[in-house]
Design a protein around this ligand. Sequence first.
Ligand SMILES: *Cc1c(COP(=O)(O)O)cnc(C)c1O
Length: 415
Amino acid sequence: MATINTHYRKLSAGYLFPEISRRAKAYQESHPGVTLHRLGIGNTTEPLPPAVLGALHHKVDLLGNGATYTGYGDEQGDTPLREALSGYYRSLGVDMLPDEFFVSDGAKSDAANIQSIFGDDNVVAIQDPAYPVYVDSNVVSGRTELFDKEKQQYGKLVYLAGSQENGFFPAPPREKVDLIYLCSPNNPTGAVATHAQLQSFVDYARAHKAIIIFDAAYAEYIGDSSLPRTIFEIPGARECAIEINSFSKFAGFTGVRLGWTIVPKELQAENTKSGELHAMWFRRQVTFFNGASNIAQAGGIAVLGEEGLAQSRAIIAYYMENARIIREGLRSVGLTVFGGDNAPYLWVRTPDGISSWEFFDQLLNQCQVIATPGSGFGAAGEGFIRVSAFGHRENVLKAVESIRKNLRLRKEETR
Ligand SMILES: *Cc1c(COP(=O)(O)O)cnc(C)c1O
C-alpha cells in the first residue's frame, strides 16, 4: 500500500488568497456593476521594456532556425547570464564568481528547495510575518511540529517577530537555531534591513555555525543607497549565507520565470568540507532540474545590459511612485503607514484596534478596495494589512481617491 508524506497534513489551510477571492466575489455578486480596486496582489502589471522584449523575440527567432537552434544549456544556467549576474553584483560592490550563481525558474522554487540540502534535525527560524514558502517547505519536510491554531504557529519553528519597535526587522534569536530565513526588502512589511541589522545576523550565524537564507527579490526597489542590496555586502556573509533572487519583481518576469541563487564556495555548515555545500546544491540542481528556459535566460541577459537595466529601473520607479501616492493618501485620512519607501509594499496598521480581516472588510465595503490581511502572513501580522504598489497608475489613483472619500474611521489615528 502506498503511504503519503503525512507532514502535508500539518499545513494550515492555504486560507489567505482563496478567502480574499471568496469575500471579493460575494461583495461583487451583491453589488453588481460596482468596480473593485485591487491593491492586494504582489504581481507586476506593467509591460516588459523594449530592450528585454527585443532579446526575447530574437531568441525565439534563433530557435526557429536550424543553424542557430539550441536545446539543453549549461546545467547551472547559461554562462553569459551567470557572467552578467557576476557583473551586476560587481556594480553593487560585491565580487561573486559566475559559477557561484545557479540560474533557476524563479525564487519561489529555490526558496522551497534549498532546505533539501540540510538535515532534518535543523532548527529553523523565520521572520514573522513572512512570505509563506519558507515555513511551508520546512513543514512538509518534517522540521516542525503541528500547527497550533491558538498561537497561529507551528511547534519547533522559531518565530522572529517584526514589530513597530524593531522597525519590522527582528534581532537574531536568543536560542541556538541552524537555518534562518530573512527577506529584505520584506514581503509583506516593506521593511529593509540596515547593514548593522544584517551584520548582527551574520555574526550570530558565524558564532553558531548557522546558515542564513536571504531572499533579496525586491533588492532593486531600494532607493536609499545606504541600505544593503545583497547580504554579501556584509563582511563574513560568504561563509554563512545563501542568497535567493529573481527577475520577477526586478524586471516584470513574474510570468516569464527566471531567478538565481548564490551559494558561495566558502559556505560552511557543521563538519562540511570546503566547497561541499556549493557542490551539493550543484548536485541537487543537475539531478532534479533541467535548467531555466533559454528564452527567459536571453531576456535576463538583456535586463542586465545597460539599456535593459535603465528601462527596468524606470518601471520600478513607476511602481515606487504608486507607493508614494498610496502612502500619502492613506496618511491623509489618518492611517499609520510603514514601508513603501524602499519596497513596493505598504504595511498599514488597522485603525481603531480592529483585526486585519475586519479592516479588510471595512475597506471592501466602504471603499471597494481590496488589500491583504496581515494576519495571513503570520501571527505577528495581526493588526495590519498589506497594500501593494503594483498596478496601473489610473487604478491606484482611483483606489486612493475612494479611500479618501469613503473610509470612515471611528477616531483620529495618531500619525
Ligand atoms: C514575488 C516574490 C518572489 C519571487 O518569486 P519568483 O518565483 O521568482 O516569481 C520571491 N520572494 C518573495 C518574498 C516574493 O515576494
